[in-house]
Design a binder for this molecule. Structure first.
Ligand code: NAD
Ligand code: IPM
Ligand code: MG
Length: 359
């Protein structure tokens, strides 16, 4: 028996996670999955109940779980509170508290959605790349940070971009290992032309590649060029290794290559054998929350990643991914996706996927 913790969060989080939960129930009932599910509050929902976005109990519960599946956190209700009491801080504390340093964000264009991208079909058809985003370092966590009053009466906001050699090496290892299971090509993305932390990043990745992964074809790219190349010719990439902030930005941009932000799953991994966290890359989408409009595919595909990486059930991961592909092939589309023949809401999309688990 494996243990899974569900953290629905805020906005569309509970809506999309409810669909993933139905998939888990179906897998437990019909396909030999043996997962015990618990739920807890995270983000704004936790602030409203406990006054803090992540309680010590929930963190302990997460540590005691094999895998954690999260919806999304945040929203306008909490956007005026100090950083340490914002919903997003709960997620950052969870990632840090579990030492989840490597964030895999696959951007895959399903055949049925080739026409749903804002880019030409011939640019995105067959796209299949993965970001390996460093997740618990960089400017998100660097000190000092703050907003201070200046002598002239003005104010200064400041954050610190910081990486140690070991922080770079451990996430780079994940990326090199992943590249070996794919086409053995790795592109490391940084701003080593501008930042010392970027220069150290490039040097460490280069040294690690030369010493431990000479078989992997390593290239480097500046982050601004990478943003441009992603929309110019995205299929040149296979595995992209990058830092916390660039990975956040570039993965949202890459989402549109696949048709929608609502399609991209993610896996946050730490040391093997420890708990890992799975979540769609999108946010709480306050503009569509509570309307049965959200696309649950990213969350259901995140569950597939949990089955593959955390629960050692690659067979069930493939079953879930195939069910998503089939639902799309048969024309099921949530509101934000173009094309298709069955315009459905969040719950009906979940149902369409569950119905295709058996095929
Ligand atoms: N991992 C997370 O929990 C996470 C990620 C990103 C943003 N956020 C938070 O979410 C809140 C809203 O942020 P935002 O509006 O900038 O980003 P967002 O990702 O919530 O939404 C951006 C746009 O994409 C659409 N969208 C997102 N997910 C969708 C889905 N599954 N189906 C259909 N459409 C979808 C939204 O309707 C919106 O128009 C903020 O508080 C932000 O901090 C949380
Ligand atoms: C909500 C926020 C902390 C988070 C991030 O910036 O990492 C989100 O944008 C993401 O992509 O998971
Ligand atoms: Mg993001």
């Amino acid at each position: 028996m494996s243990r899974m913790l569900l953290l629905p969060g805020d906005g569309i989080g509970p809506e999309v996670l409810a669909q993933a939960e139905r998939v888990i129930e179906a897998l437990n009932r019909d396909f030999g999955l043996d997962v015990e599910v618990q739920s807890a509050l995270l983000g704004g929902a936790s602030i409203d109940t406990y006054g803090t976005p992540l309680t010590a109990e929930t963190l302990a519960q997460a540590k005691a779980s094999d895998v954690i599946l999260m919806g999304s956190v945040g929203g306008p209700k909490w956007s005026d509170t100090p950083f340490d009491r914002r919903p997003e801080q709960g997620l950052l504390d969870l990632r840090k508290g579990l030492s989840l340093f490597a964030n895999l964000r696959p951007a895959k264009c399903f055949a049925a959605l080739t026409d749903s991208s804002t880019l030409k079909p011939e640019v995105v058809a067959g796209l299949d790349l993965v970001f390996v985003r460093e997740l618990i370092g960089g400017v998100y966590f660097g000190e000092p940070r703050g907003i201070e009053a200046l002598a002239d009466g003005g104010r200064r906001g400041f954050n610190t971009q910081s990486y140690t050699d070991e922080e770079v090496r451990r996430v780079a290892r994940t990326a090199f290992e992943l590249a070996r299971t794919r086409s053995s090509r790795l592109c490391s993305v940084d701003k080593s032309n501008v930042m010392e932390a970027g220069l150290l990043w490039r040097e460490e990745v280069t040294m690690l590649g030369a010493s431990d992964y000479p078989d992997v074809d390593l290239s480097h790219m500046y982050a601004d060029n990478c943003a441009m190349q992603l929309v110019r010719e995205p299929r040149q990439f296979d595995v992209i290794l990058t830092d916390n902030l660039f990975g956040d930005l570039l993965s949202d941009a890459a989402a549109m290559l696949t048709g929608s932000l609502g399609m991209l799953p993610s896996a946050a991994l730490g040391e093997s054998g420890k708990s890992s966290l799975y979540e769609p890359i999108h946010g709480s989408a306050p503009d569509i929350a509570g309307k049965d409009l959200a696309n649950p595919c990213a969350t259901i595909l995140s569950l597939a990643m949990a089955l593959r990486h955390g629960l050692e059930r690659p067979d069930l991961a493939e079953r879930v991914e195939s069910a998503v592909a089939r639902a799309l092939d048969e024309g099921y589309r949530t509101a934000e996706l173009t094309g298709g023949s069955h315009r459905v809401g969040t719950a009906a999309m979940g149902q369409a996927i569950i119905a295709r688990l058996h095929a």
